[in-house]
Design a protein around this ligand. Structure first.
Ligand SMILES: C[S@@+](CC[C@H](N)C(=O)[O-])C[C@H]1O[C@@H](n2cnc3c(N)ncnc32)[C@H](O)[C@@H]1O
Length: 166
């Protein structure tokens, strides 16, 4: 599938779109692999997950090089879906398969990104440290929170350089 018209940005696991200033940003396609209506989390009654398309980011149906910007903010807590409040909102990593899941999701984000496109990857160290995750991804960010940062949430910026420009 080509990216829907005018959609040059992909949020590959949008959840409740909490970090979006404009939650209906018109150039963006929002995907997630689950739907949760308002009320699913009693602690945050307005939280809801209603992606434009329900899709698994490990096997997206978009064509190669469809987007100029991709944001990848996967779950970062090992656990079970019926777990704590954080997991209700942010989903969870499967203890057995998480490395493979992150690798596949990241590789798919990379595939659908055009040359010189930007990938923003967000990670939180709560269950797994950033060094382990960056090793799995096997790509070096251009910049991001420095190693040793006391802040547990890390933002990384990658650019997809064409092979001959590396
Ligand atoms: C950390 S939350 C995203 C939070 C979001 N950035 C926000 O601002 O609210 C991670 C999301 O990834 C989704 N997710 C987990 N596995 C996925 C997959 N394989 N494909 C698509 N979405 C997935 C979860 O359902 C969850 O909503």
């Amino acid at each position: 599938m080509n990216s829907p018209q005018d959609k040059i940005i992909l949020d590959a696991c949008c959840g409740g779109r909490l970090f979006w200033f404009d939650k209906k940003q018109k150039n963006t396609i929002f995907i997630d692999n689950r739907i949760r209506k308002a009320g699913h989390d009693e602690n945050r009654p307005n939280h809801h997950i209603e992606p434009d398309i329900v899709m698994d980011n490990r096997k997206m149906t978009f064509s190669d090089k469809s987007f100029k910007l991709v944001v990848f903010d996967p779950p970062h807590l090992i656990g079970k879906e019926d777990g704590c409040r954080m997991i209700k909102q942010y989903g969870c990593l499967n203890a057995e398969t998480w490395q493979d899941d992150i690798k596949k999701g990241f590789n798919e984000c990379w595939r659908v990104l055009e040359d010189y496109g930007i990938l923003i990857f967000k990670w939180n160290d709560a269950s797994k440290k950033r060094a382990e995750v960056l090793k799995i991804i096997e790509k070096t960010p251009l910049f991001g929170h420095p190693n040793g940062s006391k802040i547990p949430t890390h933002w990384f910026c990658f650019m997809k350089m064409p092979e001959d420009k590396k």
